[in-house]
Write a new protein. Sequence first.
Length: 378
Amino acid sequence: MKWLRISTALTGIAACSFMLAQVAPHAREAGALLSAQDDPAALSELKLDALLRQNDRLVQDNIEAALAAGDADLADSFVALARDRNIALPDDLLNRVSDAVKEENSTRHFAKRFATGLVTGNADDVASLSGTVAGDLFVIGDIRDVVREGKHLAMGEDTDRLVLGLATAGLAVTAATYVSVGGAAPVRAGLTLVKDARKVGRLGEGLAAWAGRSAREVVDTPMLQNAVAKGSVFRPGETASAIKAAFRAEKAGALVRLGKDVTRVAEKTGTRGAMDTLRIAEGPKDVARAARLAEAQGGKTRAIMKLLGRGALLLVGGMFDLALWLFGAALTLFGLLSSIKAATERLTQAWCDRRRARRFRRAQMAAQSALADAALTA
C-alpha cells in the first residue's frame, strides 16, 4: 500500500509535467496577448508571429495578389513587412513591385488622379485625395455635398445625414484653416477622407453609425434647410456663410478628434491605409488605435491590417479561450506542485519508516545478544 501511494504520486508528476509541456506555450502566448491588448503595435507583432509561422509564403502570395489588383501601395507595404521580418523574396517580384510603385507615383498618373478627386470628390489614393481636399478647401466640394443632401432632406427624400454633417463641419473647419494659416488642415483632410469613405461604401458599419449620430448633433437642421433653399454652388461665398451658421461648433469635438486621428493614419500609411482603417473600424477608438499602430509600424501598417483585419487593433473575440489557456496552465501547475509535494512527503515517510525499522531491528538484536550473554554467564 505504501509503495502504491508513492507510485500514484510519481505518476501524477509525470502526467502533470507532460500536460504542462503541452499547455505552457499556449498559456505563454495567451498571457502575452492579454498583456499587450492595450498596445496595438505589440499586439499586432504577436499575432503576426503566430500567423507567419503557419504559412511561410503568406507575404509573397499577398504581394502577388496586390499587384494583380493594381494596388502597388499595398504590395510595397508587404515588401516592407518582409524586409522587417527577414523574409526572402524573389528578385523579379521585387522589381515588379518597384516598377508598379514608380508608375503609380508618376506625374502623369498623379495629375490624372488629382483631377478625378477634384471633380468627383472621391479619393482612393494620395493624388485623388489631394484633388478632393483642394476642392473642399475652396469650399466647392462641401457646398456641392451640402446642397445635394440638403435638398434631399428638404424634399423628404433619402438623405445621407453623415455626408451632410461632415460637409457642414468641413465648411466650418475650412474657415478655421484659413484663419489659422493651415493649422486646422489635418482635421480638414481627415473629415474629407471620412466623407469619401462613406461615398464609396468603405466606412465600417459601426463607425458609420457613430459618425452619423455625431454629425446630426453638429447640424441645426431648420437653419441648414433654409440655407440650402437659398444657396447655390454658383454663389459659393454667400452659400458657405449661410451653411456655416447652421454648424454647432460646441458639438463637433468628437468629429474633430476623428478627423485628426484619420489624418495621423494617412500621414504614415497613405490614403489607402486610412481608407482600410475606416473600413474595419467600428468606432472612433478603433481609429485612434490605428493611428498608434501606424505611428509605430509606418509603411508596414497596410500589410498588417490586410493580414489581421480589426485584430491588428485589439483582441477581437477569443478572450475566454485565452483566459482558459491561462487557467488550464495554472491548474496543471498546481497539480504538478501537489504531486511533487505528495511524492516528497510519501518518500520521506517511507525513508523515516525504514530508518525506524532498522533501529528497531538493531535494538532487538542487541537485546537478544545481551540475553544470550547473560544466559552463558549464568
